[in-house]
Design a binder for this molecule. Structure first.
Ligand SMILES: C[S@@+](CC[C@H](N)C(=O)[O-])C[C@H]1O[C@@H](n2cnc3c(N)ncnc32)[C@H](O)[C@@H]1O
Ligand SMILES: [Zn+2]
Length: 283
């Protein structure tokens, strides 16, 4: 049986452009999205649109990472990060608006923004099919699209009021193209103190490169100027299962063995959460 058009995807259909011919709009037809040039893309039964073309990207969180992320975010330990994202987005959008979340994961942050903006619609992009299943259900105004953010987005020029990027890969040129001139890019990333206690105990966890801020600045500065940066730093109390999920949901999980976690014995029950959230305006 063809998949009917998920309501949240219907809300955002006018933003989408055929990823193959780039300019044509997509319309819903018998459980698929089609352009007038004859290109067809599936709507997964889990509710996200599969717009990716060509070879499959190898990046993207696997099922175990997504499950860990879902459980960890449900503890509320990162709620202050969600709040700062929602506040910065609300400053940029009044009433109706469109929020694109690049590397949306399970859609946790996008849902936080949409809760804050009752008139807005959201669209999350991610390569992880498992994450998209969650993102497609996370909010009744959030659509989810399978897409590699390093490729030109299947979205119209100037379509977004906010582009959100939380701990995710960035594509400055595409962020700039899809934002309207008065829109905002919101980038949330860890500082060097983020989860320091955990990094101390689990040496195999990937460290945060001290030059990261400089690289971010160099990449964004030609296209964006900073409006405001907020620092969010606090200590979070975690149970052992929370800590294991926190390790399992990060890219470090690919490098950390069970022995790394168990040999050291004590895992911290308090960790520093430390991020920077910057709102940028397009130049
Ligand atoms: C650290 S997670 C952050 C997810 C979400 N923003 C959050 O903070 O909960 C990074 C996300 O980027 C996705 N990702 C990795 N490479 C990607 C790519 N090239 N295009 C789109 N998404 C990608 C992963 O699947 C994962 O969901
Ligand atoms: Zn087409």
């Amino acid at each position: 049986m063809p998949v009917s058009l998920p309501p949240a995807l219907g809300l955002s259909l006018d933003l989408l452009r055929c990823p193959t011919c780039r300019t044509r709009r997509l319309h819903h037809d018998h459980g698929a999205l089609r352009c007038r040039g004859g290109h067809t893309f599936d709507i997964a039964r889990h509710g996200y649109a599969g717009l990716r073309t060509g070879t499959r990207a190898t990046s993207g969180d696997d099922a175990a990472m997504v499950r860990a992320r879902d459980r960890f975010l449900a503890t509320g330990a990162y709620a202050p990060i969600r709040e700062v994202g929602a506040r910065l987005a609300a400053d940029a959008v009044s009433g109706r608006g469109t929020v694109v979340d690049a590397g949306c994961g399970t859609g946790y942050y996008l849902a936080g923004v949409l809760d804050q903006l009752p008139g807005a619609r959201g669209l999350g992009l991610d390569t992880s099919v498992r994450a998209l299943r969650s993102a497609a259900r996370v909010h009744d105004r959030a659509a989810a699209v399978a897409w590699d953010v390093f490729r030109p987005f299947p979205l119209a020029d100037g379509a977004a009021d906010v582009v959100l990027d939380v701990f995710a890969p960035r594509n400055p040129a595409e962020f700039h193209r899809v934002l309207r001139p008065a829109g905002r890019l919101i980038v949330i990333r860890p500082t060097g103190r983020h989860l320091a206690e955990l990094r101390d105990q689990v040496p195999a966890m990937v460290t945060i490169d001290p030059a990261k801020e400089q690289r971010l600045h160099r990449a964004l500065d030609p296209l964006f100027e900073v409006v405001v940066t907020e620092e969010v730093e606090y200590s979070a109390s975690l149970t052992r299962p929370d800590v294991l999920d926190l390790v399992a949901m990060t890219p470090s999980a690919r490098h950390v063995s069970g022995a790394d976690l168990n040999d050291g014995g004590v895992l911290p029950d308090q960790v520093t959460v430390s991020v920077l959230a910057t709102a940028y305006r397009p130049r």
